[in-house]
Design a protein around this ligand. Structure first.
Ligand SMILES: *[C@@H]1O[C@H](CO)[C@@H](O)[C@H](O)[C@H]1NC(C)=O
Ligand SMILES: *[C@@H]1O[C@H](CO)[C@@H](O)[C@H](O)[C@H]1NC(C)=O
Ligand SMILES: *[C@@H]1O[C@H](CO)[C@@H](O)[C@H](O)[C@H]1NC(C)=O
Ligand SMILES: *[C@@H]1O[C@H](CO)[C@@H](O)[C@H](O)[C@H]1NC(C)=O
Ligand SMILES: *[C@@H]1O[C@H](CO)[C@@H](O)[C@H](O)[C@H]1NC(C)=O
Ligand SMILES: *[C@@H]1O[C@H](CO)[C@@H](O)[C@H](O)[C@H]1NC(C)=O
Ligand SMILES: *[C@@H]1O[C@H](CO)[C@@H](O)[C@H](O)[C@H]1NC(C)=O
Ligand SMILES: *[C@@H]1O[C@H](CO)[C@@H](O)[C@H](O)[C@H]1NC(C)=O
Length: 365
């Protein structure tokens, strides 16, 4: 009994270590187990790596949409990167770079995969994905906070109005950007903020349809104050707290292509860069392990049943901080349970693979 609990804690610590070594975690991700695997050191893997680095290192793009393809015939890889419309180009590239590293790590042999961060989405496939509306999977993430029951219906009313306006605005965007964000008033003196975005390769009609599908996923009428819906071709988010930068409508012009020192071959410089980051990460994760171990032991000593603790911490009140760095014991405990949930997701993603990208599942945060 006791030893099985210890084993559980140890495996949880291990998961946290694995988690800590990599980049910040995705909001959600899917490896498509149904679209074939590649072997390591294959042409496909090489093409995928080339494609991904060409996406996140293309400094001529300042509108947050990256589309490319690499390789030939059966080894051709197609990729799309999309940043939230208010994200600056350098942050966007950093986000896509992090996504590339994490997604290929989480889906080490899958030809097709997709991952979402707060600020960007990355997908790749062995079939063409450009200008094709893909509305599956649909992932809904919502927080536990609600408006009071008396006002739930009016809140939903105001929300659907705001979303309808923003949907029209986003779909009317051009081939570089299909994005709209705005706010409106809601009952109980709340302000509602919402953001909708499509990949801009979609037609106006496809974007509109994709957003309609996304909006349908919002849990109706129980007063949910904040939620997101993630779909490969579009996404939406609303909250009663402001979460986007309303000032950055037109992105700043990119710096002029000044010096020609930037066109150096990416060989030695990159290698020393990676070894440096690896050292930093290892040192950081050793410190992290010590921290986690002591916290886990405290939790273990304080709580007789880890399962009950998990259930408690799932209804955390600081769910807004999920994307943030781990700061306190509370959020560590949340992370702890989130990883258990995430591993469930992982096996569920396995099951989803049977239907390809055709299934729907929901994630509660
Ligand atoms: C993608 O790979 C799978 C499995 O190898 C294959 O069945 C499918 O035909 C490929 N798609 C394209 C467009 O080549
Ligand atoms: C791909 O690999 C996964 C395990 O990583 C396996 O479950 C799946 O059956 C493989 N798919 C194909 C088509 O070989
Ligand atoms: C960057 O992307 C643009 C638009 O897709 C493309 O025309 C250009 O060739 C790319 N530049 C590099 C260096 O890949
Ligand atoms: C996006 O990529 C596809 C496939 O490589 C290509 O056909 C298309 O022209 C690209 N579009 C843009 C805007 O770069
Ligand atoms: C990418 O990951 C690094 C840590 O690995 C982090 O410092 C950075 O903020 C991340 N970039 C974005 C845009 O999230
Ligand atoms: C809102 O409704 C959905 C489905 O109807 C449910 O799963 C979810 O738990 C509810 N959220 C809250 C905060 O009550
Ligand atoms: C919010 O909804 C109420 C009732 O449905 C309506 O009277 C009010 O005008 C709406 N406010 C906004 C900003 O849509
Ligand atoms: C940049 O290129 C120009 C010619 O194209 C050359 O005269 C100049 O020395 C180069 N500058 C550097 C820093 O390499």
């Amino acid at each position: 009994m006791v030893s099985s609990r210890l084993l559980f804690l140890l495996s949880a610590i291990l998961m946290l270590i694995v988690h800590a070594i990599g980049q910040p975690k995705f909001l959600s991700y899917i490896c498509n187990y149904n679209n074939g695997n590649f072997t390591s050191n294959s042409n496909y893997e090489e093409n995928l790596n080339q494609l991904l680095s060409s996406l996140y290192s293309n400094t001529t793009i300042d509108y947050g949409f990256y589309n490319s393809s690499y390789g030939q015939n059966s080894d051709q890889v197609y990729g799309i990167g999309l940043c939230r419309g208010d994200v600056k180009p350098d942050v966007c590239r950093s986000c896509l770079k992090n996504s590339s590293g994490l997604l290929t790590q989480l889906c080490p042999t899958q030809k097709e995969a997709i991952g979402w961060y707060d600020l960007c989405m990355l997908r790749y496939s062995n079939s063409s994905i450009y200008d094709i509306m893909n509305s599956n999977p649909q992932i809904t993430i919502w927080n536990t906070g609600t408006v009071s029951a008396n006002y739930a219906a009016q809140f939903y009313d105001n929300l659907t109005n705001l979303l309808a306006n923003l949907r029209t605005e986003a779909a009317a965007g051009d081939s570089l950007r299909k994005y709209a964000a705005g706010s409106g008033s809601a009952p109980e003196f709340l302000t509602l903020y919402a953001l909708l975005q499509c990949t801009p390769d979609l037609s106006q009609q496809d974007c509109n349809n994709c957003l309609l599908i996304a909006i349908k996923n919002i849990p109706c009428c129980n007063g949910t104050r904040s939620a997101r819906v993630l779909v490969p071709s579009c996404n939406m988010r609303f909250d009663v707290l402001s979460f986007f930068d309303s000032a950055t409508t037109p992105p700043p012009p990119p710096p002029p292509p000044s010096t020609n020192t930037t066109t150096s071959p990416p060989s030695k410089g990159n290698q020393s860069n990676t070894s440096r980051t690896i050292i930093i990460v290892v040192v950081a994760s050793v410190a992290f392990v010590v921290l986690i171990a002591s916290i886990c032991i405290c939790v273990y000593l304080r709580v007789s049943s880890p399962r009950e603790k998990a259930a408690e911490t799932l209804t955390c009140s600081s769910c807004e901080d999920v994307d943030d760095e781990i700061q306190s014991v509370e959020s560590l405990q949340f992370d702890f349970t989130a990883i258990r949930v995430a591993t469930d997701d992982f096996s569920e993603a396995n099951k989803l693979g049977q239907g390809g990208f055709g299934a729907v599942y929901k994630v509660t945060v």
